[in-house]
Every structure is written in structure tokens, then in C-alpha cells.
Design a protein around this ligand. Sequence first.
Ligand SMILES: NC(=O)c1ccc[n+]([C@@H]2O[C@H](COP(=O)([O-])OP(=O)(O)OC[C@H]3O[C@@H](n4cnc5c(N)ncnc54)[C@H](O)[C@@H]3O)[C@@H](O)[C@H]2O)c1
Length: 294
Amino acid sequence: MIRLACFGAGRIGRVHALNAAMQPGVTLAYLADPVATPAREALAAQTGASIADPDTIFADGRIDGIIIASSTDSHAGLLLRAAEAGKAVFCEKPISLDMALTEEVMRKVEASGVPCMLGFQRRYDRSFRALRDRVASGASGPLEQVVMFSRDPAPPPRSYVETSGGMFRDSSIHDVDMARFLLNEPIASVYATGSCLISPEIGAAGDVDSVMITMVSASGRQVQITACRRGPMGYDQRLEVLCANEVSTAVQYPATRRSKIRPRGGDRRHGARAYQIAGACHGALAPWGQNSTI
Ligand SMILES: NC(=O)c1ccc[n+]([C@@H]2O[C@H](COP(=O)([O-])OP(=O)(O)OC[C@H]3O[C@@H](n4cnc5c(N)ncnc54)[C@H](O)[C@@H]3O)[C@@H](O)[C@H]2O)c1
């Protein structure tokens, strides 16, 4: 039996705690969150976890792994404690909002040898993974341009925004990660603009809710990201990659389907084609204030 502990009983903590507790062969032994809310108590009751403080959890030799799903400012400290205690760890993004601290935590966790995974789940979404594998296989020809749309279901509350690091580092971090995953080379330059078009609360917290980012890789390949804290269609993730031989798209849909689109005109004689991959994305987060059901 694998025994886990989860830090954070908020929106994403609920997703991870419920997922962990329903796995065969896994026990969610502890739930830690310093804020006593009815949601924390309900999650503990639903998962069978005991509410505990960090010292109890890290001192318990029977705990195999730690899930860090707490607020961003707690990640670095908890990652270091997990590494020191020799516990495998899954940590939500980001490690920290401070680059020097991020690098220090990376070094120490690596040196400790504990297995560590970060919450960049889009790399594991079926459609995005299939697209990336196809591009990496060389079948599409050299990659030239990437265009992404990334929309959350609904804007977060001001309290979340205030500790999140802001839209670019909190939300667009997933799109930047996906760009790096696809390009497999460093980004050389970034141009970005942000506006507050949706939520006056987000504006009052000094943040933006609608952004456009243009990135250029070291070899000159281009990425365009359009992201927003609200999607009229709900959680909305789409990606298009232009390669020399074909255009590939990944779209978040509940069911996987694939289709090839034949180009019009004479393109076919050059072997050019559009190749569409539509597949399941990870279970979408519920809008703020609603229960998540994945
Ligand atoms: N990968 C993703 O798609 C994704 C999605 C949502 C959130 N996140 C990340 O997950 C983290 C939490 O986000 P959320 O939406 O659940 O926020 P939230 O505000 O709903 O919940 C955060 C919870 O953490 C608790 N907390 C704060 N410090 C703690 C500590 N030291 N120990 C234990 N609990 C602590 C808070 O009391 C709160 O209950 C953030 O870092 C966010 O960036 C990732």
C-alpha cells in the first residue's frame, strides 16, 4: 500500500486528494491545510485522510509521497522538506516566484534523489502529447510556428490572484512550458502585452486577465500565445503547429478523434497536408466557486 499526504485543501488540492484516494493500492493518510474550513473537513471525510500538521507528516516514516497542492508561496519550503525527509513528491507549479530560490530548490531536490514531478499536466494530455510526438518524430517536417489559445473557465477570486504571481507566471506558465516542450530549444526573446478586460477584481489586485505573448526561439522559430482568465465555452485549450509538411492541431475535447484534412488545389502533389488530432485534455477544473468533479 502506498501512503500519501496532501498539502492544500483548496481548488486543486481537492482534485489531487480525491484522485489519490480513489487509486487502488493508495491510501491518502493525511491532509494538511492551516485554514480550518468546512471544505477541508469535508475533503478529509471524503478521502478518509486525517488532518495533520507538517511536522507530523514529515516525521511519519510510513508516508511514501507528498502532494503539494497548496498556495504558490508554500511550494519551495515544502519541496525542500520533502527532499530532506526522502519522500517522493508531486508539486503544483510553480516552484517559486523567485528565480534564485527556484534554482536552489531544483539543485537540492535533484541532489536528494527523491522522485519529483511538477504540475505541468498539459504535457500528458492525450491530444497535446500525440501532436508533440508526431512533431518530434520528424514526420511533420521542421517546426516553424506555434499558435496557442489558452482560456480558463472563469476568473479566480482576488485572494487567489494576490498570491499567484500574476497571470503570466500563474497561468501562461503552462503555455510557455508547452512551447518549450514542442520546440525543444531555449526561448531567445519574449514580447508580451496584458490588459484587464474581464474582472475588475483582478485589476484591483494589480494583475491582468487577458494576455498575448510572442516568443522567438534561439533558432528563430515563432510562438504566439493568446490567453485569458475566462472562456465563454469553459476550459478551452487549443494549439496549432505549422511544420514544413503539415499543420497539426490539438484541441481539448472529451473524446479522442483524428482526422486528416486534404488541402485544396495543387498542394497535394507536394505532399502537404493538414493533420488534425483532437483528443481528451486532462479533466477540466470547475469554474471558481463550483465543485470540481474530476
Ligand atoms: N496545474 C494546474 O493546472 C493548476 C491549476 C490550479 C492551481 N494550480 C496551482 O495549485 C496551487 C493551489 O491553487 P488552488 O487553485 O488550489 O488555490 P486555492 O487558493 O483554492 O487553495 C490553496 C490552499 O492552500 C492552503 N495553504 C496555504 N499554505 C499552505 C501550507 N503551507 N500548507 C498546506 N496548505 C496551505 C490554503 O489555505 C488553501 O486552502 C497554486 O500554486 C496554483 O498555481 C495549478
